[in-house]
Write a protein that binds this ligand. Structure first.
Ligand SMILES: [Zn+2]
Length: 243
């Protein structure tokens, strides 16, 4: 028996190591699985420190860098991409803007991956799908700021103001700009398109909470702010208008 004692002691030691090792690795696997399957929205809450004011300042600062020709292209590297993929998104702003290729949103605000929840449609008109997208951003991602962003020389607004006769879905899209066209009907012809661009983003800014009870509730609770803005495609500058 005395000969077997050291063996038994070693065996006990080995089994202790095996059990504690198994527990340790089980815990590691549990933590890994828990994070891997945690919904992105839930993770987003853990790193969302944006307020409407800090988000607006970040947009203004970014546009200043871009318009002055000194962009820094932040959050555009592989590390940012990997972090966002692992931990989910918490964008600072949801921006409803025109599809125009001369107004790429991340570029004009000198921002990168994970910064902007971008909703783009010709004329920046808020239809059902666009409103649903904005609702997702504010209600599920905790985005505190909605920006309705128009731009100078907008083809959709120009077509609506000039009464262009389009067919099919495009005609339906342009019809959403008719209330704007009526409001600028008395503006001198040469200034009408410019006026309609500024008027359209103001009207859509005010219409969004009217058309979306979810967004309206968050605005009333001061959890979400909606502003309008116009991007000048000549100068690169964005003019912000807070209601
Ligand atoms: Zn446009």
């Amino acid at each position: 028996m005395s000969n077997s004692y050291p063996f038994q002691k070693k065996a006990k030691h080995m089994s202790f190591l095996l059990v504690s090792g198994s527990i340790f690795f089980s815990l590691l696997i549990f933590i890994f699985v828990a994070f891997a399957f945690m919904p992105g929205d839930l993770l987003a809450d853990t790193h969302n420190n944006w307020t409407s004011d800090t988000a607006l300042k970040a947009l203004k600062d970014g546009n200043l860098r871009f318009a002055s020709g000194n962009p820094t292209h932040p959050n555009s590297d592989a590390l940012t991409r990997d972090n966002l993929a692992a931990h989910g998104q918490a964008p600072m702003a949801a921006i409803l803007s025109c599809s125009d290729s001369r107004a790429p949103v991340e570029a004009i605000f000198d921002l990168g991956f994970g910064d902007i929840f971008s909703v783009r449609v010709a004329g920046a008109v808020p239809g059902v799908d666009e409103l649903g997208s904005l609702e997702y951003a504010v209600a599920h991602l905790g985005t505190p700021l909605i920006v309705v962003l128009g731009h100078t020389k907008c083809g959709a607004v120009t077509a609506a103001v000039n009464g262009a006769s389009e067919e099919g879905n495009l005609a339906e899209l342009l019809a959403k700009l008719h209330p704007v066209v009526q409001l600028v009907a008395t503006v001198p012809q040469e200034e009408r398109v410019f006026a309609a661009i500024f008027k359209s983003v103001q009207i859509f800014r005010d219409r969004i909470p009217e058309l979306s009870p979810q967004i309206q509730a968050l605005v009333r609770e001061n959890k979400v702010k909606i502003i309008s803005a116009v991007y000048d495609i000549d100068t690169g500058k964005v003019t912000f208008e807070e209601p």
